[in-house]
Design a protein. Structure first.
Length: 239
């Protein structure tokens, strides 16, 4: 199945009387980068949890659609999820926990060690490979959190606010890594950010969550053409 898409089809979700997602639909081409933006509480994280299977929608489905238009459920082991909250083991080294997560995903031990080394280098954590996670800076912990989600080479990568609390050099490193694995490894990336300027630096589709609905921009240029570079703040202020 070389050519396929991930499909959100008529998804709705309520918390009590508050409808966070209202009948949203979105087709995501495999190998693409999708950036979710929107104010806090706009539904970005809820949508991501539905995609990962951690949360069930009240209505609608999430599935794979291949070139023959056949629907197919998604194998959860093909998904990598980096939550907004940092989820690491403070008393394990960076290398230990990356290797552990890789082996738990079914990767042979030798390959898991090799993969951990590769990812530590890609995320500029090689110098901290044998340091306890508890000793890392906030930005380094965020990068480790990302690495744990990616270590098993998932086909679909769900990254919730991976740039939160990361300095400018760290953001650039993460952004370049994400674009590389999308273009070279053909991994599909869905990430969220509340930093509009960062969203526009990705070469991807930008999806604005607004009042329970979606506004899709096929490129950063389309965002500027639609709202004007001097009025980007209105993307959030008019929620």
């Amino acid at each position: 199945m070389d050519h396929f898409s991930y499909v959100l089809d008529g998804v709705s979700k309520k918390y009590g009387s508050l409808e966070v997602l209202h009948n949203i639909s979105l087709k995501i081409r495999a190998g693409s980068v999708i950036i979710f933006i929107g104010a806090n509480g706009a539904g970005k994280s809820t949508c991501m949890k539905i995609v990962t299977g951690l949360m069930k929608p009240d209505k609608g489905n999430f599935y794979i659609e291949n070139e023959n238009s056949k629907y197919q459920s998604i194998a959860r082991h093909t998904i990598g999820y980096c939550p907004q909250e940092i989820c690491i083991w403070p008393d394990l080294t960076c290398r230990e926990q990356m290797t552990m997560v890789a082996t738990l995903s079914g990767m042979p031990v030798k390959l898991a060690h090799s993969r951990a080394t590769e990812l530590l280098q890609a995320l500029d954590l090689t110098s901290k490979a044998n340091a306890l996670a508890s000793t890392l800076s906030g930005g380094m912990k965020r990068r480790l959190n990302l690495g744990l989600a990616m270590v098993h080479k998932p086909e679909l990568c769900i990254l919730d606010e991976p740039l939160d609390g990361v300095d400018l050099p760290g953001r650039k490193l993460i952004r370049e890594y994400i674009m590389t694995i999308s273009s070279e490894k053909k991994q599909t990336i869905i990430l969220s950010t509340h930093i509009i300027e960062e969203a526009l630096l990705f070469n991807g589709t930008i999806v604005l969550f607004k009042k329970g609905n979606l506004v899709v921009f096929d490129s950063p240029d389309e965002v500027h053409q639609s709202v004007g570079s001097d009025t980007l703040e209105h993307l959030f202020s008019e929620q």
